[in-house]
Design a binder for this molecule. Structure first.
Ligand code: ARG
Ligand code: ZN
Length: 467
């Protein structure tokens, strides 16, 4: 979208040459004949997502019982074939599949690790739309990666579940094309025992209905969403709804033990979302919000329309970070994980901008504080190529934010802020790459910025001082 002048950044020695290639995009993977590929083509996460089709919509009808920890229901996935398909995969971790149907006809299926391989009765033709329904049940098992990602995905709690899926935990609770390169809209129909609340993305449709001791919550996210941003967090929650000063609907929910934080969460969320819309351009979704669960994850996640805070009352800076992700990460999603600085560098820079806005120190002072520490391990980690074995490295966050500050100093505020707005606007609801950001920065500023980006994103050493 308007980035025809794209030039590949000159890659540093550590950046594999494939970093300059087009990102994985929906439905593109290496395929064998008419079998959809088991991965979407992300070189660092080869089995994540799938090839051969593009999901348009997920319709998830699920019930969860916290006492047995059992999840049961069905997922209907509406997709469009990107090649002829005699078989294709969905990602699914654990759980038991009882039936698969393609366009209403029973299909055969098999399981192999986290791939659900589906063979429809009829070959699907390239370009055709099709609907797959998967009936399944079982006790979801979260992903657990001690070295790097911690515990994520569907995590049972005493009264429900804490559901945060970055980078590839959506498959712990629904069959999906589990990679941000394939975004889709979502409908959720979630049934829980009466007295509990089920929280998903987007807005609630109608009022929750209770029959025979069970309540069903219907949520709809009508804007495209990456699978890792989907949630069905459930449990005992205190909820406050209303609108921001600018009229945007707000949904705030906190676990009982955080009831004292509900009003602050509600108020700050509205205020910060409104402020970011003056800095980054119009808010991309139809509501904003936040959820504090009592599961001590130790991290927050920018779930679309409803960031979640795992077991803590967030400081305004953290709320500012997660809400900045609604533009950078959620509306604009990366096409492969290596480009994660486009999410985390931007959201961390937003923390610095929030400090600047609230008179708590300038972005420049934050930049200098990091720059002065010549021994910081981030100098050995070029954030332009986030590593699968250390994905959420502080380098991706802080050196990523420093990259934006170095850019701001180089091109000035008069170009920098319009650039950020143009970036959010040009790729709204889409997928983005580092190459595209560099191209737009060069176009907006009229400067050759390859050296700057190469030094900040791709070299394993501290760049020369700015100015
Ligand atoms: N994107 C989140 C944030 O910075 C971090 C997610 C960490 N995920 C994980 N599996 N540990 O706001
Ligand atoms: Zn973040």
């Amino acid at each position: 979208v308007g980035t025809a002048t794209a030039c590949a950044p000159s890659q540093g020695a550590v950046a594999p040459s494939s970093a300059a290639a087009a990102p994985a995009s929906a439905g593109v993977g290496t395929s064998t004949g008419t079998m959809g590929a088991p991965g979407i083509g992300d070189p660092d996460f080869p089995s994540d997502g799938n090839g051969g089709y593009d999901v348009r919509h997920y319709d998830l009808r699920l019930s969860y019982d916290p006492s047995s920890r059992k999840l049961a229901g069905s997922a209907t996935i509406e997709a469009k074939a990107a090649q002829d398909l005699t078989s294709f995969d969905l990602d699914l971790h654990g759980l038991t599949v009882s039936r698969v149907a393609v366009d209403g006809a029973a299909a055969s299926f098999s399981r192999s690790q986290d791939e659900l391989v589906i063979e429809p009765a009829q070959r699907i033709r390239n370009g055709d739309g099709f609907a797959v329904t998967v009936d399944y049940s079982g006790v979801p098992e979260p992903m657990h990666d001690t070295a790097n990602l911690g515990r994520y995905g569907f995590i049972a709690t005493p009264d429900g579940a804490f559901v945060t899926c970055e980078p590839n935990g959506a498959k712990t609770w629904f069959p999906s094309n589990d990679h941000p390169a394939d975004k889709a809209t979502y409908d959720f129909r979630i049934t829980v025992p009466e007295g509990l609340t089920a929280i998903a993305n987007g807005e609630m449709a109608g009022t929750p209905q209770t029959t025979a001791g069970k309540t069903t919550f219907v949520w709809r996210e009508k804007h495209p969403m990456a699978s890792y941003l989907a949630t069905m967090t459930t449990g005992k929650f205190q909820v406050r709804t209303g609108t921001s000063a600018k009229g945007l609907p707000i949904y705030a929910a906190v676990a009982d033990s955080f009831r004292g934080s509900l009003d602050t969460l509600f108020t700050q969320t509205g205020k910060i979302t409104d402020y970011w819309s003056t800095v980054f351009g119009p808010y991309p979704f139809s509501s904003t919000g936040g959820v504090i669960d009592d599961y001590a994850a130790g991290y927050a996640l920018e779930n679309q329309t409803k960031p979640i805070y795992g077991g803590f009352s967030p400081e305004p800076a953290i709320i500012a970070h997660e809400l900045a992700h609604q533009w950078f990460g959620d509306s604009l999603s990366i096409g492969r994980w290596r480009d994660l600085w486009l999410n985390e560098g931007f959201a961390t820079y937003a923390e610095w901008l929030w400090a600047e806005h609230t008179g708590q120190g300038t972005a420049d002072s934050a930049f200098r504080r990091y720059y002065e520490n010549a021994a910081d391990p981030m100098w050995a980690y070029p954030p332009g190529a986030a590593r699968a074995d250390d994905l959420f490295s502080a380098a991706v966050y802080n050196r990523g934010a420093m990259t934006l500050h170095a850019l701001r100093r180089e091109i000035g505020d008069q170009k920098f802020f319009p650039l950020i707005r143009a970036w959010a606007d040009a790729h709204r609801y889409g997928n983005v790459s580092t190459r595209e950001f560099i191209a737009l920065a060069e176009r907006v500023s009229g400067k050759d910025l390859k050296g700057l980006f190469d030094a900040w994103l791709f070299q394993p050493k501290r760049p020369a001082p700015v100015m």
